[in-house]
Design a protein around this ligand. Structure first.
Ligand code: CTP
Length: 403
């Protein structure tokens, strides 16, 4: 459940901070990406070096990193995260969170986070049952934050009572249960095409394009994380996926991509045509490497099969087909034309005129155009975040078609 999840672990200044090391190790073992923010006092309880080594990421404490001149953007961190876990959460930090105090990086990130927030309190029993703490915790829960109850037992003070931070295993199990319950694509089958196609000219040369596959792979992982069984038909790319819910079918040419899609399409609830398929292929691929000659070389090219249009013809009423369009001029008009021509349910438009959009980038700025003419523009976001927006629209469209 935690594979490829982006987790911010907030560590505050209490004795239970030593447990953050074990918690980090467990998250990493589950395949999560962990970024750790420590409050200044937390550094007195556990060294940043330990946590940096275990999380494989630099530790964030200050707003500004004087060593490399970087600004640690709490907004970017908040948007990056799928979950924020504060463990241990001291009475002091929870009090500040409950009142919107923003005097350290952990608190500003908390205020910026759009993801679910989990708090694992740890303190002495009297602090834990003090009305101020009780009120703050209930206020935080009323904001939608999750409280992972502390355990009862011997405390650092020597007193016995409630206030011992939940064990790291219990915190991991809590998050796994949370994500398990948020499986809106559970039971759904989704086909995704991704990357470029390579059309072979001879055994060593091909016609291709710059598509990195990042958008298609991000969508595959997002949907797989939300419970879908994903078939990812991918052209040649440099990225990988290890997700157990993703079946990868590597292909090279447009013809192979079409064949792979047709084998599985009938059984799918939805298909997302993210691949940048070459429009032309050599009429004939030479069996041997073409030798250099002095005269000009002319290649005869023939059109490739249109995979999306073919599936658009075969599509059953319940199936959802989604297209992608990367346009450089008259973007809306061209994308809308493709939406209808290829029988898509909605199309995802990127404009080459938007900085940060398109091939090879980690970000994308999209506009969704639906069949009934709705136009939904989004801001520039990481491709992993864009994948969430597209998945949400896909979920709604599947629901509409199936009710
Ligand atoms: N597509 C496809 N097979 C093709 C070409 C395109 O499946 N042979 C899909 C793409 O994956 C995308 C959509 O069709 O979802 C639109 O792709 P695009 O290349 O913009 O469309 P074309 O019809 O090739 O138009 P253009 O002349 O703009 O290249």
């Amino acid at each position: 459940m935690l594979l490829n999840k982006n987790i911010i672990l907030g560590v505050t200044g209490g004795i239970a901070a030593y447990k953050a090391a074990h918690l980090t190790r467990l998250f990493v073992k589950k395949g999560a990406h962990v970024k750790i923010i420590m409050t200044p006092l937390a550094k007195e309880f556990i060294t940043p070096l330990t946590l940096a080594t275990l999380s494989k990421n630099p530790i964030l404490v200050d707003f500004y990193n004087p060593e490399n001149g970087d600004w640690n953007s709490h907004v970017d961190l908040g948007l990056w995260a799928d979950a924020m876990v504060v463990a241990p959460a001291t009475a002091n930090t929870m009090a500040k969170m409950a009142h919107g105090v923003a005097d350290n990086l952990l608190l500003t990130t908390y205020l910026s986070a759009r993801c679910p927030v989990f708090l694992a309190p740890a303190m002495d029993l009297d602090m834990y049952r003090h009305p101020a703490t009780v009120q703050n915790m209930s206020k935080l829960q009323s904001f939608g934050n999750f409280l992972i109850e502390p355990e009862t037992g011997e405390l650092a003070s020597g007193l016995v009572g409630k206030g011992r931070m939940a064990e790291p295993e219990a915190i991991v199990a809590y998050l796994e249960n949370y994500f398990n319950a948020h499986q809106d694509f559970s039971g759904k089958k989704v086909l995704i095409t991704a990357g470029p196609t390579h059309e072979m000219i001879d055994p060593v040369r091909f016609i291709g394009n710059n598509s990195s596959g990042k958008m298609g792979y991000a969508l595959a992982e997002e949907l797989a994380n939300r419970g879908a069984v994903v078939t990812l038909v991918s052209g040649p790319v440099a990225i990988e996926t290890q997700h157990p819910n993703i079946q990868l079918i590597p292909v090279v040419s447009a013809k192979q991509m079409l064949e792979a899609c047709q084998q599985v399409f009938q059984k799918q609830d939805a298909a997302l045509m993210v691949a940048a398929v070459a429009d032309y292929t050599p009429a004939q691929a030479e069996g041997q490497k073409i030798k250099k000659k002095t005269e000009n070389l002319t290649l005869e090219l023939v059109p490739t099969p249109d995979i999306a249009a073919t599936l658009g013809i075969q599509k059953k009423d319940m199936q959802v087909l989604v297209g992608f369009a990367l346009e450089s001029d008259q973007e809306m008009a061209h994308a809308t034309e493709k939406l209808h021509k290829k029988n898509f349910d909605f199309i995802v438009l990127n404009s080459l005129n938007d900085a940060g959009s398109g091939f090879q980038t980690d970000t994308n700025k999209i506009t969704l155009i639906t069949r009934n003419g709705q136009i939904k523009p989004f801001e520039l976001k990481l491709k992993t975040q864009v994948a969430k927006d597209i998945a949400d629209e896909l979920f709604q469209t599947i629901q509409q078609k199936n009710t």
